[in-house]
Design a protein around this ligand. Structure first.
Ligand code: SAH
Length: 393
């Protein structure tokens, strides 16, 4: 196995179990590992410290184990996947009669950096974010099949847009096992069409489940605007919560179709809902101030650290519009899913927007990702979803 030697002192974060080695920390590599190969990491004093997937880029190694005697073989994948399933069973999300939609593997949060697996009823959607996970996909699928046993029938691999394209991996989306025709999944008793073939991410934003359930509790009698609706998750919960009317907006016509489908699936012939394909800023500018429950769940404004400044301006502008237009006594659910923006920065952007509006604003809830998207305590970067629920007078 190839050996990677760190510069002196660069082992500190690994000693604290942080799962990444940055390229700048590497002194030298014995040999020339291919992207995605497993390499061993040694300190400058030539002591073993970790094993992980090698890749060319700023994160050069994603750690799989800190134990030298742990082989990265079929048994390794089976054990890690079993432990991921055990967590979901223990928190009560994987075996509910009213829910079959959950995240089984959340990258670093499950000690499997670069791997995401979402479960939609009888189908698992596997997504690789690293060359190493891509190369291991068949073994992972086999281990997943054994671990999930009679819980799933189909495994779909969806990594065409999540792998570094410079790595010459040419990933192809497709079924690694089975072939599902039924793509309706259940989330807390609500039905959703999941488009894993063409949809964003693995087909659905599983990470907003608990926040959608919270919104349902505030929806009764309100006029709801679900901005950046994608599959209409928040809209469907608002309908069940007894909203007076629900308007969903997304710039993508495809998203508007998905939202309409999901509303029809749960509330056929219900006239309370309408969806619009329009740019968020345009809609917020032209809309009448009729809403007293607004959801802002935009795409990640900052995909990288360099984009941070512009992202914060984006969040401020967006929230300022909502503060300007929301009805007195209204409730605003506002989110950021950018990993590069931390909780304090997001809060400051929303505070600034509130101050600009001059309205009295109070925080009701501070939201984050749900328990099936756990954060590895040694990898604080894994905490990416931030939300505030605000009462606006
Ligand atoms: N709230 C959704 C997830 C939102 S994902 C859920 O719970 O599932 C972000 C969405 O924002 C995407 O569907 C994307 O099409 C949409 N979007 C991106 N830019 C936009 C813009 N400028 N105006 C409106 N929608 C936009």
């Amino acid at each position: 196995m190839y050996k990677v030697y760190l510069k002196s002192g660069k082992e500190e974060s690994l000693k604290r179990f942080h799962p990444w080695v940055f390229s700048g920390a590497i002194a030298r590599i014995d040999g020339e590992p291919e992207e995605g190969e497993v390499v061993e990491v040694y300190t400058a004093q030539k002591e073993f410290i970790a094993k992980g997937h090698f890749q060319i880029g700023s994160i050069a190694i994603r750690v799989l184990t800190f134990r030298q005697d742990e082989a990265i073989d079929f048994n390794f994948w089976k054990q890690r996947l079993s432990s991921a399933l055990a967590l979901r069973l223990s928190i009560g999300i994987a075996e509910r009669p009213d829910n079959n939609t959950y995240r089984l593997v959340h990258g670093e949060g499950d000690n499997l950096p670069g791997l995401v697996i979402d479960i939609y009823n009888r189908t698992a959607v596997v997504q690789a974010h690293s060359a190493g996970m891509h190369l291991e996909r068949m073994t992972i699928a086999e281990a997943l099949h054994e671990v999930m046993a009679d819980r799933i029938d189909h495994i779909y691999y969806k990594s065409e847009t999540t792998l570094p394209f410079k790595a010459d991996l040419y990933p192809e989306n497709g079924f690694l096992r089975g072939k599902s025709t039924d793509n309706i999944a259940l989330e807390y008793g609500l039905k959703f069409h999941i488009d894993w073939l063409k949809g964003q991410k693995t087909g659905f934003f599983v990470d907003q489940r608990e926040n959608r359930a919270l919104l349902e509790r505030y929806a009764a009698g309100r006029n709801v605007l679900n901005m950046f609706c994608y599959t209409g998750g928040f809209s469907v919960y608002a309908m069940r919560g007894g909203a007076k009317l629900v308007h969903s907006v997304d710039s993508s016509a495809k998203a508007v179709d998905l939202t309409n489908q999901n509303i029809a699936l749960n509330f056929p012939d219900d006239t309370r809902h309408r969806a619009y394909a329009e740019d968020a800023f345009k809609y917020l500018d032209r809309m009448d101030p009729v809403y007293d429950l607004i959801v802002l769940d935009p795409p990640a404004f900052a995909k990288h650290r360099d984009a941070l400044r512009n992202a914060l301006i984006g969040y401020r502008r967006l929230n300022a519009k909502a503060f300007e237009k929301i009805r007195p006594g209204g409730i605003l659910f506002t989110f950021s899913c950018s990993q590069a923006v931390n909780k304090e920065q997001f809060r400051t952007a929303v505070f600034t927007a509130a101050a600009l509006s001059g309205r009295r604003v109070r925080i009701l809830h501070q939201l984050t990702q749900p328990a099936d998207h756990p954060v590895n305590i040694y990898h604080p970067e894994g905490e990416y979803l931030k939300g505030l629920v605000l009462y606006v007078e």
